[in-house]
Write a protein that binds this ligand. Sequence first.
Ligand SMILES: [Zn+2]
Length: 504
Amino acid sequence: MSFYQIYRPKKISELDLASVREGLLSSLSSGKISHAYLFVGPRGSGKTSAARIMAKIINCKQNEGKKKDFSEPCGECESCRVITRGSSVDVIEIDAASNGLVDDIRELRDRVRLAPVQLAKKVYIIDEVHMVSTSGFNALLKTLEEPPEHVMFILCTTESQKVPETILSRCVRVNFTKATIEEVVDSLKKVVLSEGLSVDEEILKEIAEATDGSFREGHKLLEQLSGYGKTIDRESLIKVLGTAGRQSVKKLLDAAINHQTEEVIKIFDDMEKVGTKASILVLTILAVTKTEMERCVRDGSSPEVYLKLINNLILAADKIKISPLPLLPLEIVLLSLSVEGKGEEPATASRPVSEKKQVEDSVVKVSSKDIVDKSNEVTQGDSATIVNIDTVKLGWVDFIKTVALTYGSLAGMLRLVSPVYVEGKSLTLSVTSRFQQEMLEREVKKKVIEEEMAKLWGPLTFKCVLIDRGSRTEPRSEDENLSQINGGIDTIQGVMLAAEKIFG
Ligand SMILES: [Zn+2]
């Protein structure tokens, strides 16, 4: 069992969030226990733990027949024990985010009428309830309108605005706020004591900061750290937080501010490789940036660059959740910073014209040769292969728009590449950096792209060829359509500007 499971609060009075604890305790003594609750709050804030405690309270033998002055669960009676073990047929936990839910909710309407088997009351705990479908909500609403005596509902959600008003109005709402640093530290201290760990308060604070007010994440991180020994110090913190630690983040910020674009790309490459968590990284960058900004204000120097960075990081933090590549929104923010004011001259300007021409020629040559090959293939009767490069180029804008509907940042990446030629069922895309290539060819990404392409052009795989950043010149007239998307991107600067447009 994990720390989070072992040290789950077992009573309302042990809940780590003060506001929730006090609110629920007063409803116990007054006897105002509702048949339906809506627990709203971020992940890891203890909603499910509280829901299970409520299930025990209304079923505990000590509370049998009570109308008020409910006690905390005794933890000893058969009802308490069966719920603790998670083996009661009358406590039904449904995760609305998982599949097969529609049937669950439809059946729920019928099953809810049946009397409990083991316990006094059946308890339905529906997690991520905002994910329930419209028909599911209708079924749920009917049940909430005429709730049977023997049932209690606890609906949990991270996004209450997606729950219909009709449902909201029938539930007692309990707000689980994001925990404060102190609340997480207090919760971690219980584990530290019981496990006989030795940790400085300062380190506990850093753990709490890194996990952004989530008890669950805090416990997870502490558990990972305890794997390195009973004494947890800065060294073990760096081992576990790795590249998301403060020192590495300072290096990253320095590189970005000093326009060391390649260094920024390299740091992110390394982060990808070691699996740095974007959600933790963004918090550390924000914390470091905030410190720097405050230092500037104190010194009387301009904090402008940090203010802007903070704004962009906050915007990027939202995108991390929906980005198929969670680190990408952050990389774009840092790269934008690193190219900003780097000098107006495009990177290609210093490149000898002859060299530029050469690279371009080779690309064009390949492409025209293949178009010819392609038409031969078609006439040879490969009926499954009907798409040619012109069709792809013409449809490229629409293709990206379609992708953007579901995968915003992936569409962002695709705007930076161009279709070059089609060979059989394989489309070749030109990319301007190894980073782009690695991103697009990553298995998950590749699958999504190919699925989306199939919708427009039939079965099509793709691969990327790396062309030199300087090799793209003014788009030729037949490429006009393409240039509208790419906006004539010739330099990293252009790329980043385009990326900024996409990411807002
Ligand atoms: Zn009990």
